[in-house]
Design a protein around this ligand. Structure first.
Ligand code: PEP
Length: 251
């Protein structure tokens, strides 16, 4: 399986800034993702169309949205549908990012509705899961991951192609904090995630990329990518500059 090198740009970059960063990335990568790697950049809605155009200069590069609403159209002020995302040239969407769960207040059921609807409507989905520090310290790690995976993947259409889904494990306490989980934590938690994925997804589980996210940077990306059951990384802060994201992509 190719390693998936994913960037979450959060609420950073206008369309013009996104294009400038992608042009720089294309130049640094000489127009192609390295052998055995694919790149996906989750960009703000307002930058999706221009970012998709600029990404054409990078072979193996794709664009995704950071959120989606589970309806085709309707009176949902401020929301965006799978068809709107695809019309911008984007092929992926993030669901269940910890900032949407814990800052915006999305429920686990709603994350599941978004995931199923986006998959049924032809988007590839990266479902994010992860525990808070309090949950980890209370011994609830496995319960939280199991609940988030079960509810996040409820109603996923059986005919979903295997390449349409990815899971990103991101401990909430490691996102944007500079604290990375230890390699032992990552190996142990990814083994739990893979086991739960096998229970839920059956034989598709081993072909479904499982990414790590949480303060990944050029200095730690190589050692994280070498761990068992790590099929890629989801990078926030260190993906905003083309040179640091390039170092991660090449790690
Ligand atoms: C993220 O936004 O998914 C993330 C992992 O952020 P950071 O790399 O900044 O911790």
């Amino acid at each position: 399986m190719k390693k998936l090198m994913a960037a979450n740009w959060k609420m950073y970059k206008t369309g013009a800034e996104a294009v400038a960063t992608l042009n720089e990335l294309a130049e640094l990568l000489k127009g192609t993702a390295p052998e055995g790697r694919e790149i996906v950049i989750f960009a703000p809605f307002t930058a999706l169309e221009r970012a998709s155009g600029a990404m054409e200069a990078i072979k193996g590069g794709m664009i995704g949205a950071e959120d989606v609403y589970p309806a085709a159209e309707g009176a949902f002020t401020g929301e965006i549908s799978p068809a709107m995302i695809k019309a911008c040239g984007a092929s992926w969407v993030l669901t269940g990012h910890s900032e949407r769960r814990h800052v915006i207040g999305e429920s686990e059921d709603f994350v599941g509705e978004k995931t199923a609807f986006a998959l049924a409507n032809g988007l590839r989905v990266m479902l994010c899961i992860g525990e808070t520090l309090e949950e980890r310290e209370s011994g609830l790690l496995r319960n939280v991951l199991e609940r988030q995976l079960k509810l996040g993947l409820k109603n996923v259409p059986a005919e979903t192609p295997v390449e349409a889904l990815a899971i990103a494990y991101e401990p909430v306490w490691a996102i944007g904090t500079g604290k990375t989980a230890t390699t032992d934590d990552i190996v142990e938690t990814h083994a739990i995630c893979r086991e739960l994925m096998r229970e839920i997804l059956g034989e598709k589980a081993d072909k479904t990329p499982l990414l790590y996210g949480g303060s990944v940077k050029p200095a730690n990306a190589g050692s994280i990518l070498a761990l068992d059951n790590v099929d890629g990384v989801l990078v926030g802060g260190a993906s905003l500059k083309a040179d640091s994201f390039t170092q991660i992509i090449n790690a």
